[in-house]
Design a protein around this ligand. Structure first.
Ligand SMILES: [Zn+2]
Length: 307
């Protein structure tokens, strides 16, 4: 394979194909992206972020992680900041990452099968390398992105004013979901809401006719003053988001409208129920991303698992 690449390379240079890529070493967007080496992201990630050659420093490893304060990823970021003028850093993990579920016991098995003896592994361990930690998966993608963001933000060599934000990119669609630091994560909606304080609002999935016949809509009508015949927006102590008129994309504008409303009403607390995931038949994975922008709001509670 490498020989094929070498002959291709000769033709590439001879054809002057490089000319379209000419730029300098300074990232024109003053941006560094720390992400995973996954091959699905090779072209998808820059395309989905609108990045061209010369726009950003892209640093890759298995998982897109900083695993210790002086590892290679962190070193690259420090160089990017001081030598290359980077001011903003995006940590971009991705869905179905192979580095998520890695386990050392699996590696040990594979290594043994390919001639690496347990004695060698023991020797490495005795030299101070915790192999179980080094080759362990990160398991929880959100927690892992937060941990990497914290490592960068709190790093003794990272100066004040560097923006660090974390994301999970969909490995198929390229959609970005922002991962908020723990303290900024929205509250969690209680499982069974039976009473509301005067400044609390019950957010439920409805239909455009406002026929609140079942599920959370019934509860909104029976208990919290939702008006029959009103399928969108605020009535009583409720806020209706219609979920029964088509696909996920038809729900999005109503969710955006709700988020805008919540922003305009910081005096109220909104308990978002699992809209669309009952009678309408959508999954949490389909609906939760619509509320990504709501995570920034301190007055919006989201269902457990929608983080
Ligand atoms: Zn990955």
């Amino acid at each position: 394979m490498i020989d094929e690449i070498l002959s291709y390379n000769k033709e590439f240079v001879a054809r002057h194909d490089y000319e379209q890529y000419i730029t300098d070493k300074y990232p024109s967007k003053k941006l560094a992206v720390l992400t995973c080496m996954d091959t699905r992201l090779t072209e998808l990630l820059p395309a989905a972020l609108g990045l061209k050659n010369g726009d950003a420093k892209i640093i890759k490893n298995a998982g897109g992680l900083v695993i210790s304060p002086f590892d290679s990823a962190m070193r690259s970021l420090v160089v990017a900041i001081y030598e290359l003028g980077v001011e903003e850093i995006m940590v971009v993990a991705h869905t179905t990452c192979g580095a998520c579920h890695m386990s050392f016991s699996h590696f040990r098995h594979e290594m043994n099968a390919r001639g690496i003896t347990d004695e060698t592994l023991d020797t490495v361990s005795r030299c101070g390398v915790n192999l179980e930690q080094w080759l362990e998966g990160f398991h929880d993608t959100h927690a892992s992105v937060r941990s990497t963001m914290e490592s960068i933000r709190n790093h003794p060599l990272v100066p004040a004013g560097i923006v660090v934000r974390g994301f999970i990119i969909d490995s198929v669609t390229g959609a970005l979901e922002e991962v908020m630091p723990e303290e900024e994560v929205a509250m969690t909606t209680p499982e069974n809401i039976t009473t509301l304080k005067p400044d609390e609002v019950f957010v439920f999935g409805s239909n455009l006719h406002g026929a609140h016949g079942g599920g959370a809509a019934r509860q909104a009508y029976d208990c919290f003053g939702a008006e029959w015949g009103v399928g969108v927006g605020r009535t009583g102590q409720c806020y209706a988001i219609p979920t029964m008129q088509g696909g996920v994309e038809t729900i999005r504008p109503y969710v955006d409208e709700f988020i805008h409303y919540a922003e305009q009403h910081p005096e109220l607390t909104f308990f978002v129920t699992r809209i669309g995931c009952g009678i309408a038949g959508f999954t949490d994975e389909e609906i939760a991303p619509l509320f990504a922008a709501a995570r920034r709001l301190r007055n919006v509670a989201l269902p457990a698992g929608w983080r």
